[in-house]
Design a protein around this ligand. Structure first.
Ligand code: NAP
Length: 270
């Protein structure tokens, strides 16, 4: 690395990247935006609220370029695609926009499932459709382009009330990992990020205890560090996610009993 390059590189030893980040106006996305800017990167920031994006751009300066829109909208995604092409090369896309709604049985709410799947799966798929052609044109000589999708570790266990959210994130994980297989030959890396509980406006609405809850800034630091290494499977906090992984190894009957007892406890305390 020559002297000029080394003076431009950040604590991870890489030069400035251009990153498209969805869900940049709040919670994990906003903390990731702050961490990316701190590491010297340029962030094209997407969310539905133009006002919030303008405020964030005013706070963080020229490193943040607002690109407002709704990832579930075909028209907005067409607009994203045009704008991203005009700002190419794009080094990373971090598709983080998402939502969560819990199901309260006995009222099984299919519309709730539709809303959550629409944002988390269809919205992410539309965003992938918008950015993939641009990532394909990114130069490969220094580093590969990176597509990162923010899923969740929640679907690794059948948690009470999480039918819709878990289904959406399970689908998203499959979509992401299958895409990784197909994009390997094109030289595009794909990372799946599976957080545990992180304190954000989304989880502030939860009325249950959240084990190993972590701060968004800590989550963002881990994400940016591991994305810089192009890790395919990023999950945190490890104490929580490794426990969940272990639980997936339990016999089916034991897992079902644990899940049903959690559901009973939740119903009794509500
Ligand atoms: N917090 C956790 O414990 C946790 C755990 C596991 C996974 N996750 C995942 O992490 C991601 C971020 O969650 P968070 O907790 O940071 O939530 P949050 O604070 O509610 O932030 C959600 C972000 O997504 C954006 N968004 C939502 N729907 C959108 C749409 N249709 N089009 C464009 N942007 C949209 C929101 O911006 P606008 O409202 O401005 O559009 C906001 O910036 C989600 O995918 C979530 O499932 C979170």
């Amino acid at each position: 690395m020559d002297q000029e390059q080394s003076s431009m590189s950040n604590e991870y030893g890489i030069n400035s990247l251009t990153v498209w980040l969805t869900g940049a106006t709040s919670g994990i996305g906003l903390a990731v935006l702050a961490e990316l800017v701190k590491q010297g990167h340029r962030v094209i920031a997407t969310g539905r609220s133009r006002q919030k994006l303008d405020e964030i751009a005013a706070e963080y300066g020229p490193s943040v370029i607002p690109l407002p829109g709704d990832v579930t909208s075909i028209d907005d995604c067409r607009y994203f695609s045009e704008q991203l092409s005009s700002m190419a090369p794009i080094d990373w896309a971090i598709l983080n926009a998402g939502t969560c709604e819990y199901m309260d049985l006995p009222d099984f709410d299919a519309e709730l499932v539709s809303r959550v799947v629409n944002t988390n799966v269809v919205g992410t798929a539309r965003a992938i459709g918008a950015v993939l052609p641009v990532l394909r044109t990114s130069p490969r000589h220094e580093r590969k382009p990176l597509l990162a999708v923010v899923g969740s570790s929640a679907w690794w266990f059948p948690f009470t009330r999480a039918e819709a959210y878990g289904a959406s994130k399970a689908g998203l994980a499959y979509l992401t990992e299958s895409l990784r297989a197909d994009l390997t030959s094109e030289g595009i890396d794909v990372s799946l990020v599976s957080p545990g509980f992180v304190r954000t406006p989304l989880t502030d609405q939860n009325d249950f205890s959240m084990p190993f809850l972590m701060e968004a800034e800590d989550a963002a630091r881990i994400m940016v560090r591991d994305l810089t290494r192009h890790k395919p499977d990023i999950h945190f906090p490890k104490r929580f996610t490794l426990m969940l992984k272990l639980m997936t190894c339990l016999p089916r009957s034991m897992r079902d009993r644990m899940a049903a007892s959690m559901a009973r406890n939740a119903q009794e305390t509500s």
